[in-house]
Write a protein that binds this ligand. Sequence first.
Ligand SMILES: C[S@@+](CC[C@H](N)C(=O)[O-])C[C@H]1O[C@@H](n2cnc3c(N)ncnc32)[C@H](O)[C@@H]1O
Length: 449
Amino acid sequence: MTAGLIKKAGRAPSPRAAKLNILSPKRNKRLQTGWEGFFPYYAGYPELFARELLQSAKLPHGAVVLDPWNGSGTTTYAASTLGFSSMGIDLNPVMIIVARARLLPSSEADHLRPLAATILLHSRATPPTLAEDDPLLGWFEPGVAAFIRGIEQNIRRSLVGSMTKSPDGVHLDKISGTAATLYVALFAACRRLVAPFKSSNPTWLRVPKSTETKIAVPQITVARYFAENVRGMSAALAAKQDADLLIPDLPRAGECKINLSDTVSMKLAAESIDFVLTSPPYCTRIDYTAATRIELAVLGPLLKTEARALGRQMIGTTQVPGAPIEVSDKWGKTCARFLKALRAHPSKASAGYYYRTHLDYFDKMSRSMERMSTGLKAGGRAVLVVQDSYYKDLHNDLPKIICEMGVQHGLRLSQREDFHLHSMSDINPGRRTYVRPTGATESVLCFIK
Ligand SMILES: C[S@@+](CC[C@H](N)C(=O)[O-])C[C@H]1O[C@@H](n2cnc3c(N)ncnc32)[C@H](O)[C@@H]1O
């Protein structure tokens, strides 16, 4: 699928553009309330951070904002509420649905509950026959899995319109906002049900071992969790509608496209984007598909790529790349130095597995940044939120590496703010064995083309 849908629309404003207002990008559960609270996915930064930054950019009318690693859609949501056109790209189908749901207009608040009631009614009346390899069976007893699949099928049947379908399956990136919202309610219900299999790593959900009991709950519990979520979402959306009425001159929501695409091969129309705001995948061994395993299981029959293959395609994957990768000059000097030190590190697997997975990360990042830069207008800006980390005792200065990569791809750093984080989203090896500073630095890098 391509992302080259945005029309070319003139030069971006002057390079002496407004200084950006950069709040802390630190994620904060307290800020995730109301409608926001229903999208508790691994987010790069809070909505307030995105909103303040976009507002301070003083973008012209008709400006196009891009987030190439859109995740739960913080950028596209903020851009849309400010009235800008926007495009969000992500490779994970779950994130496409989540980002689309987040854009549901508050005028839809009243429709959600009756729809959910009808869906539950049909699901009880005609439970489907489950395919033997249905991924839900990984966590649930067959009866529970069949009921969940029934709800999913009914959302699909009643709300995924013909526009979304083609001979090669359902195009998840064209799914309606209402269908996406009901999927998110089902995701959250399943997440609650599989809570016993959460592990100490917040991005990892265990699959029960063959000796462990799978989830066996009455249908009514599943139905109740789903209905509670829909009720909560509907109330949060109605509250947002009331709050919006109090805002003078509230802009009309901007148009937004959410595309299922890989940034390594995305096709952006050249010089079509005014502003990029994004947080790229981290280089801290976060498996972005493992973090959404249960949601991927719900979407099972709609997926075109099997979960493991999807995981391998992700930037930051923990899987070793198939083909050998050479270090490129385009990755910059700091990256080359870091990779050399990593390869020479005496610890086990440094020269093998870890070296190869890091090569894969930098290769995919560089190729994605090249495409992102081509899509940006001359004078356009790109803001990337990146975090440093440690490989054992070696500092992986990702902010510096990304700065150098940006320069290699025709961008100039115009502003930078660093924020110290006390805890690190770091599951790299060696946390206990090696002496290294606690926490991490999250850097907001503002480039201009
Ligand atoms: C740090 S998260 C972005 C968080 C986002 N800013 C938010 O507010 O939720 C990085 C995202 O990059 C996506 N991703 C990883 N590799 C990708 C690729 N090759 N192409 C497109 N998206 C990718 C992941 O699925 C994940 O959602």
